[in-house]
Design a binder for this molecule. Structure first.
Ligand SMILES: [Fe+2]
Ligand SMILES: [Fe+2]
Length: 223
């Protein structure tokens, strides 16, 4: 009787590990394959009408939205990596909710890029892998660091979004509306991570993260 229970428990463990692996793989595909992500909320751009834009403005809007899309790929990878190694169960639930909101952002940016006749970045797999690794390491170090990493990343993303809202051509009202909602969500993620006990990272770490994001934005704007 005891032996059967033990075997059942082992099988259940193995199954749930296999389930998690399949889920991980499914998320990787949904993140990296264009148009595969399904949003849980409709795009904020629904019912918003653009003003006319010239070709240079359209191209600039495409470059900016491509950066935002890759940022969301990184966010997705970061949460996935942390989900693999983070310890606290109650944190896992909130992380999954934040990750779902990042899927909305990913899908909205993807759809907007399509509308603007742009494409997602060819560098996305590289940035996905790097962010996944960073997330997994942060999760393994401990929850305070892990949450601190979320907070610092969201702070960085918020600054980008402010900058993009300033730069976005006036006629691109649909992109602007998407970025405004993302800005609100990211601020919420940052607040949650700090309130849940996330460490405030020292300036040198933040500067390092800023440098990395500069490399990302410069390259992704073009390809
Ligand atoms: Fe996001
Ligand atoms: Fe976020």
């Amino acid at each position: 009787m005891v032996a059967i229970s033990h075997r059942d428990a082992t099988m259940t463990r193995q199954l749930s590990r296999a389930d998690r692996l399949i889920h991980q793989f499914d998320t990787v595909l949904r993140t990296l394959v264009p148009h595969a992500a399904q949003p849980s909320r409709p795009s904020p751009a629904t019912d918003i009408v653009d003003e006319p834009m010239n070709e240079a403005e359209r191209e600039h809007a495409v470059g900016l939205m491509r950066i935002n899309h890759t940022g969301e790929v990184c966010a997705q990878a970061l949460y996935q990596g942390q989900g693999l190694t983070a310890k606290l169960a109650d944190m896992r639930e909130q992380m999954e909710q934040a990750a779902q909101e990042e899927i909305d952002h990913l899908a909205w940016c993807d759809a907007r890029l399509q509308e603007l006749h742009g494409h997602t970045s060819v560098l996305n797999p590289v940035f996905y892998a790097a962010s996944f690794g960073l997330g997994a390491v942060a999760g393994a170090v401990g929850d305070r660091v892990s949450l601190g990493f979320v907070a610092a990343t969201e702070e960085q993303v918020g600054k980008h979004l402010d900058d993009h809202l300033r730069q976005m051509p006036a006629g691109d009202r649909r992109s602007r509306k998407i970025l405004e909602q993302m800005r609100e969500d990211e601020a919420h993620h940052e607040r949650w991570a700090l309130e849940a006990g996330g460490a405030r990272f020292p300036l040198p770490v933040k500067l390092g993260m800023r440098l990395m994001s500069k490399v990302m934005t410069k390259s992704v704007y073009r390809i």
